[in-house]
Design a binder for this molecule. Structure first.
Ligand code: SAM
Length: 188
């Protein structure tokens, strides 16, 4: 309530939203998931429900009280970091994590200054493994504009049973393509 622009909601995510975010094969098959903006941990619990026993979940939360609340979840697969998503690459480096299979984000891209939003998006793309998924739940579409140059268009679904209703966008980081062989080499 004290910081609506940063927290971007007045209610925790509904069970319907939490399930729509986490009930996915990519979550079940992931070794490493990173959550940006777990809040008090509603979505975090949903992800932990689906995560394999050998998987790990790193949750990065900027608001100190919310990071403390999320850190009360007792699960050896979870690591909560009180940090800004702008420091994503540094946090992962310090934890010895080279690549991420799934990145989930509830941080309000529409409320971020443009250079900050672009920097976070660049870090998300850089951190994901080829074939990795970026899942963003938002009530404004700005995130799609920041993602488009790096990820292309998303697949989008709307979850009405949440306050407010919002959209889940999912992108896949394309596998690295084989280098293009110049036509002159093919003809030689
Ligand atoms: C929509 S709320 C998350 C809701 C939560 N996942 C739930 O289950 O109810 C967005 C969260 O992103 C956090 N946040 C905003 N900007 C951030 C940033 N730059 N880095 C990390 N967390 C951020 C806010 O503090 C807030 O907890």
């Amino acid at each position: 309530m004290r910081n609506p622009a940063q927290v971007a909601t007045v209610c925790p995510s509904s069970p319907y939203l939490t399930q729509a975010i986490s009930d996915r094969d990519c979550v079940r098959q992931a070794d490493t998931i990173v959550e940006l903006g777990p809040g008090a941990g509603g979505t975090t619990l949903g992800l932990l429900e689906q995560l394999s026993t050998g998987g790990r979940l790193v949750a990065i939360e900027k608001t100190e009280e919310l990071a403390a609340a999320a850190a009360e979840i007792v699960d050896p697969r979870l690591h909560v970091e009180h940090a800004d998503a702008q420091d994503l690459c540094g946090v992962l480096r310090d934890l010895g994590i080279a690549t991420v299979d799934v990145m989930v984000s509830g941080i309000p891209f529409s409320a971020l200054p443009e250079p900050v939003a672009k920097r976070i998006m660049q870090s998300v793309h850089q951190s994901l493994a080829p074939g990795g998924r970026f899942i963003a739940y938002q009530f404004r579409p700005d995130v799609c504009e920041f993602a488009r140059p790096l990820f292309g268009p998303p697949t989008t679904e709307t979850v009405m049973l949440n306050v407010p209703p919002l959209q889940i966008h999912v992108w896949e980081k394309v596998e690295t393509l084989d280098p293009v062989v110049p036509q002159t080499v093919i003809n030689a």
